[in-house]
Design a protein around this ligand. Structure first.
Ligand code: V47
Length: 356
């Protein structure tokens, strides 16, 4: 198909095939940006969403070994920690007092902590702050808990709901292609299992997000494949709120990467995500991995969401991202405004709370 025909097809809103998705990368950056921006503006105009949230990473002790991870305790990071419930609650208390609407809780796969350590933390936070949204447990953690405690996915998911989890974050998806996945995180939740866990979560009427870790050893076709597997599941369930491309951070880990993606390649990937994932409403430029500068530019390449203020971030900052102290709310709002967009604070399920 010619480039012009492909552009016309995108403009007419027709769904693209795998080959057409891959061919999008051959378009120049500005053509892609224009196409993605049209879609974004049709849906959200000039609005850019964010939330006031707090990331909590309660333990870094991990049974799994993902080559890209600098966060889990290992030879490169010998400092193990596991927070007590009191410590976790104290963080939630402080964040709530400062106006956080969501806690985003992601842990490593700690076999010593116990099931009640995981579930009790959610239950206690929910009991103390019923209106604080608890976004917790990636599908990788759900799979770990199911295996560790001899439970089915259904049982773990029901237990999460009983203990106050409101929605699931999108972590652990990495890259679905089995060969790449085997190379970067062998032994962790498989792609089919990851998708199945989210399917089951959506069937319970709950929402989740999904990530894609890119810019390491994968090829463009693997990113397209990742997006298409998600598009299929979203057709079935409609349960994904946001797609979050995570740019690989290179420090302190065991993945040897020959070539890192350019800013152009990253922006193309945002734009293509917006075009190809016609059924996932939000595209999040997670400023932690994109850098705030590129995340602001990504707003012109299809992204309508910049995640949130975060307060503290431990996973990507361990691998080199400049995010360990989060982002000041006024500064965040100012940056979005100065980039020509209208900052809109949202809740975790994308209800609008306040326009700035
Ligand atoms: O799945 C680990 C990633 C993810 C590195 O749902 C790395 O709203 C880059 O899922 N370079 C966890 N990324 C974080 C996550 C997330 C983040 C923000 C918002 C949401 C959401 C979810 O962190 C893991 C993994 O892919 N990660 N190491 C690294 N070196």
């Amino acid at each position: 198909m010619s480039k012009n025909r492909l552009i016309e097809k995108v403009k007419s809103g027709e769904r693209l095939s795998r080959e057409e998705g891959e061919a999008l990368y051959d378009l120049d950056l500005y053509a892609l940006g224009e196409l993605a921006d049209r879609i974004r503006r049709e849906k959200y105009g000039n609005k850019s969403y964010f939330n006031t949230n707090r990331h909590i990473n309660p333990t870094n002790v991990c049974k799994d070994v993902c080559k890209f991870c600098a966060y889990s305790a290992s030879r490169k990071n010998p400092n193990q920690y596991t927070m007590s419930h009191e410590e976790i609650l104290k963080i939630a208390e402080n964040s709530y007092a400062q106006g956080a609407k969501e806690v985003h809780i992601v842990s490593a796969h700690n076999p010593q902590a116990g099931l009640e350590w995981y579930m009790g933390a959610f239950r206690k936070i929910k009991a103390a702050y019923p209106d604080l949204h608890v976004k917790a447990l990636t599908a990788a953690e759900v799979d770990f808990l199911a295996r560790e405690y001899g439970m089915s996915y259904d049982e773990v998911l029901d237990m999460m709901i009983e203990n106050g989890v409101d929605s699931m974050p999108g972590g652990g998806a990495e890259i679905f292609d089995e060969a790449v996945r085997d190379f970067i995180c062998k032994g962790k939740v498989t792609s089919d299992q990851w998708l199945d866990i989210h399917r089951k979560w959506h069937q319970r009427g709950r929402m989740s997000n999904v990530t894609m870790l890119f810019g390491h050893v994968e090829e463009r076709r693997h990113r397209i494949d990742h997006m298409l597997r998600l598009r299929d599941l979203q057709d079935e369930t409609g349960g994904f709120n946001a797609f979050i491309p995570l740019v690989y951070q290179r420090d302190n880990n065991f993945l040897k990467v020959k070539e890192y993606p350019t800013g152009q390649e990253i922006l193309k990937t945002y734009a293509i995500s917006r075009i190809l994932l016609d059924n996932i409403p939000h595209l999040k430029a997670y400023w932690v991995t994109a850098s705030i500068g590129l995340a602001l530019i990504a707003q012109e390449f299809g992204a309508d969401d910049l995640d949130g203020t975060i307060e503290k971030e431990s996973i990507q900052s361990a691998a080199g991202a400049v995010s360990s102290h989060g982002m000041d709310l006024d500064e965040f709002v100012g940056l979005i405004k100065n980039s020509g967009f209208e900052p809109v604070e949202r809740d975790s399920l994308y209800h609008e709370l306040k326009a700035y």
